[in-house]
Design a protein around this ligand. Sequence first.
Ligand SMILES: O=C(O)C1=N[C@H](C(=O)O)C[C@H](O)C1
Length: 289
Amino acid sequence: MNGVHVPLVTPFAEDGTVDVPSLERLAHHVLDQGAAGLVALGTTGEAPMLTGAESRTVIETCRRVSDEYGTPLTVGAGTAGTDDSVRQARERAEVADLLLVVVPYYLRPTDEGVVEHFAAVGAAAGVPLVVYNVPYRTGKTLRAESLLALLAAEYVAGVKHCPGSVDADTLALLAGGRDVLCGDDAFLYPMLALGAAGGISASGNVAPAALAAMVSAVRTGDAERGRTLHRSSLPLARALFAEPSPSVIKAVLAEQGLIAHPGVRAPLRAPAADSLGAAMDALAALDAG
Ligand SMILES: O=C(O)C1=N[C@H](C(=O)O)C[C@H](O)C1
C-alpha cells in the first residue's frame, strides 16, 4: 500500500442507476495518471447508499480495470457490528486484494472491543486489512496504543488515518514503523514527509497526477518540490470538501467530462454553484505534477 490509492466516486446515470461506463472511464483515467491503485466502496463511493447488487457491480468493474493494469484493488467493508462485518468481509474478500475496514461506528465500543472486532474480521477475510480510522465520522476515537496494536497485527496491512490534524497520536502512529496511509487530503504532504507510505485520497479522482507527483517528490527527497505541490493542492482539497463529500468532487468530474452526471444520493445534495466554481478555480490553478 504505497503511493496514492484513489477511492473512486460511484457515478450514477440520469435515471439513478450505477453508470458503469463512467466508472470504467474514471478508473482508467486515475491509473493512467499515476495512481497506485483503486479503492472501491470508500466513503467517496457513497458505499452506505448502494444496494448489495450495486456494490457488487462497482467491485466487479474495479476488479476488471485493476487486473488490466496489474494494480491492487482495495474494497471498503465493515458496519457497526462484528457479525455483519465478518459476513461482508468474507464476501468482498473473494474479489479484493485488500479490505478497507472502518472502525465500528455509532455504538462507540471500547478499544478492546474494536481490537477484537478487527481480529474477527481479519481471521474471516483471509486478505490483509487496512484499518480505516476516521473518528469524526465513526464517533469512536481509539487510543494511540490501540492503533499501534492494530498496526502490528499480522492481518493488518496498514492504517488509513484521518485525524483532522497532525496531532500527538498521529506522530506516535507514524513512528510505529509500518504502513500508515493518510486519509485526510489536506494532510497528505505533511504525513508523507513524516513517513506515511501513501494516501487514500478522494482528491485523486480529479487530480491524480498532482498527488502522484507529491509522493514521488517525497520519495526522491525533493522537499522543495513536495512543498510546492502541497501549497498548490491544498486549496483544491479544501474546495472539494467544502460540502459533504463527494458532491463537489462529482460535480467537478462531470465538468471535466470524466463522468456523465454529477448526481449524488440523498441525503447528499448537489453542491452550490459557488462551491463548484471555487473547486474549478482551484483545479485551474493546480500545479498538475
Ligand atoms: O473515500 C474514502 O475512503 C475517503 N475517505 C475520507 C473521508 O471522506 O472520510 C477522505 C479521503 O479523501 C477518501
